[in-house]
Design a protein around this ligand. Sequence first.
Ligand code: CTP
Ligand code: CA
Length: 228
Amino acid sequence: LQKEKTSGPLAGKKVVITAGGTVERIDLVRYISNDSSGKMGFALARAARAMGAAVTLIAARTDEAPPRDAGIDLIRVQSAQEMHDAVMARWSHCDILVKAAAVADYRPRESSDSKIKKSGSTMTLELVKTTDILESLGRIKDKQFLIGFAAETGNAEVYAKDKLVRKNLDLIVANDVAMEGAGFGTDTNIVKVYDAEGLVLDLPLASKDEVARRILRLAAERVAGALI
Ligand code: CTP
Ligand code: CA
């Protein structure tokens, strides 16, 4: 049995973090995914734990192995659908949910459980939209504190604010993944965090560990109802 950590700004809170890029199968040996490394999500999971939370880390494909620290309950998933189901199963017991994962927007309409053989000179793959997990959560949100990410290449502020409203989020973390030192695969990030009123945190280049701590500190203050 793991010893419960009972101190820290997130003591007694259940925090769910999603990380990595989902894998949408084409066939047994091929898939569609994205460049998400999982690092931001892992940093969030470790930081939430260090702040006293009981953490569930739902990880899709990641570059490195996820943390196995005591107090971080790890769930591995592949597809957007599996991530959706894993998140939904934990939703009613969750206080804070951070959706750092890069979820595929489309998946192949059909996937084969054997290897597809090549045939003609062209091949068309038909894709269908996945369920937007965050948008679904925003619709059924009760007392949970919901944090989304917006990975953009330009116009980050406009797109991020739109996502905050559309998905009924409490905070959105915007990063421009085209910027040097930000985004996929790096150990650092450059983020701006918005709530419905506007900019609440502007972080120039910082380690993903530091970014994670700052985001969760904001969440902890707001969940506790303290003044910012
Ligand atoms: N997200 C999700 N389910 C999806 C797609 C996205 O939960 N099917 C979440 C991501 O985990 C992220 C947030 O929504 O926290 C924003 O993802 P992003 O890809 O930036 O936005 P989209 O709404 O998918 O719009 P677009 O890709 O067109 O920018
Ligand atoms: Ca997307």
